[in-house]
Design a protein around this ligand. Structure first.
Ligand SMILES: [Zn+2]
Ligand SMILES: [Zn+2]
Length: 489
């Protein structure tokens, strides 16, 4: 079965065919790094992570670019660059804000268990290429210059509106402030002039300024993935104007259609039925959420809804996600603990083998069908019920059947990115607390004059790289250099 994806451009599911066989070039719009990542960022990132995992499972090599926006993205309400908004809020340079929140975002992505994209380019690192693209657009007659600003003339691009379906009349009211210098109210900025002292500006053929938001994605997509790509992803709210404009710029620049074969958009995330917003005070920080619920529960919550649907975050949904993770982890433990035996299949094992193969095929079918994760989960939980029913009271399983069951469950864990076996991460804080606890116990033994034990603890601690000294103020410890955990304070 081929993979089918819902294409925003055609508004229907289409069979996925990549430009180059078995290779997928995918671009996803990443965060604007002026504030901490929240649950909504987590949702979008997991959606495309699962897509990448599924494409890989289906034998594709995936080149995945997700950008970091650190200039030019205006906050509509106040008409100011988000980076400047962040800089004013924290009294830092906008590039300090960019660094701070890029690192936070990347930390959250790792903790969420997302595979890292192939490239995560920053807009501010591509000003030269942006200027080149804008110059070419002006040369070709799609761009025009007014007072150091460069605008894209939407009337020159006849396909304008084909992605979002937005009408010309609607376009007019979408613009923040109609700029009288524009030819059409719907024209958008490719480059904006900036006065002296403005902290985010570069020299260009039109004077000092900075790029408009949309142009960075055209530039970085063309630069890293080529003039035509397979998939462009992002949240649904990006369809207009961001993606409509990226598309217009890129196709005008390259002269090649289509810029993107499949436009894949994901739905929004609400909190207790309400849109997340600063003014409502209901923004849930992604790192705090990870701390509180852990990555498996969050991922399970995200995949419990279809990626195109909106998803509501509430206590019940999290509880259910936690319960579902437990059900999967229970069955994984259970089958692992069953003794593999080398003998012909009995009746129950034959049924189990058949159920496992059927479940795997149905799971694959659901995932191939526009990444139907809730459908795939339903198949999985139906299978788990059957597994539990069939194997109840058993402690051994035919080795081949066991292998088949484990193979299916491993596949599920891999494509959902949950319950993956990896080295447990131990925090510095935990190590310090554990050492202090051992030292405290030894001190008690010492006071009770049980020197054999207290000396043994001291020498064993030394062996693992912790040196202990008994001082008048009590025991002190420090890490020896050779311990290899010199990152401790
Ligand atoms: Zn995008
Ligand atoms: Zn973008």
């Amino acid at each position: 079965m081929p993979i089918r994806l819902f294409n925003t451009m055609t508004r229907r599911k289409e069979v996925f065919e990549s430009i180059e066989p078995k290779v997928v070039r995918m671009y996803v719009c990443g965060p604007t790094v002026y504030d901490s990542p929240h649950l909504g960022h987590g949702r979008a990132s997991v959606v495309y992570d699962i897509l990448v995992r599924w494409l890989k499972y289906r034998g594709y090599r995936v080149k995945y670019v997700r950008n970091i926006t650190d200039v030019g993205h205006i906050l509509e309400d106040i008409g100011e660059d988000r980076m400047i908004v962040g800089a004013k809020r924290e009294r830092l340079h906008p590039m300090e804000i960019a660094d701070k929140y890029t690192l936070e975002y990347l930390e959250a992505m790792d903790k969420l268990g997302n595979e890292r994209p192939s490239i995560q380019p920053r807009a501010s690192g591509h000003i030269m290429e942006i200027i080149e693209m804008v110059e070419k657009l002006v040369e070709k007659g799609y761009g025009y210059v007014v007072d150091g600003n460069v605008y894209f003339d939407v009337s020159k691009f006849e396909d304008y509106g084909k992605l979002s379906g937005v009408k010309r009349e609607e376009l007019i009211k979408h613009r923040v402030e109609p700029d009288p210098r524009k030819r059409n109210p719907a024209d958008f900025a490719l480059w904006k002039a900036a006065p002296e002292g403005y902290p985010l500006r570069w020299r260009s053929p039109w004077g000092y300024g900075f790029p408009g938001w949309h142009i960075e994605c055209s530039v970085m997509s063309v630069k890293y993935l080529g003039e035509q790509i397979d998939i462009h992803g992002g949240a649904r709210e990006l369809v207009f104007p961001h993606h409509e404009n990226s598309l217009a710029q890129t196709e005008a620049y390259t002269g090649k259609k289509p810029f993107v074969r499949y436009w894949v958009h994901c739905g929004l995330l609400t909190i207790n039925g309400e849109k997340m917003s600063k003014s409502k005070g209901n923004v849930v920080n992604l790192l705090s959420a990870l701390e509180k619920w852990g990555k498996d529960v969050l991922r399970m919550f995200y995949i419990s809804a279809h990626y195109r649907s909106d998803i509501d975050f509430n206590e019940n949904a999290v509880k259910m996600a936690a319960e579902n993770v437990r059900r999967i982890s229970d069955v994984v433990e259970r089958v692992r603990s069953m003794k593999p035996v080398d003998r012909p299949l009995d009746e129950v094992e034959r049924k189990l083998l058949e159920a496992t193969r059927r479940a795997r095929a149905e799971f694959e079918e659901r995932m191939d069908d526009d990444l139907d994760t809730p459908g795939a989960l339903a198949v999985l939980f139906g299978y788990i019920r059957e597994f539990n029913r069939l194997t109840s009271g058993r402690d051994a399983l035919n080795a081949e059947v066991k292998k088949e069951v484990i193979g299916f469950l491993d596949m599920v864990r891999r494509v959902f990115g949950i319950l993956e076996t990896r080295k447990t991460e131990v925090s510095t804080e935990l190590v310090e607390k554990l050492i202090s606890l051992i030292v405290e116990v030894r001190e008690i033994l010492r006071r009770e004059k049980r020197y054999d034990l207290s000396d043994m603890i001291r020498s064993r601690l030394r062996e693992v790289g912790v040196e202990l000294q008994d001082t008048a103020e009590g025991p002190r410890w420090r890490l020896l250099e050779r311990s290899g955990i010199g990152f401790l304070k």
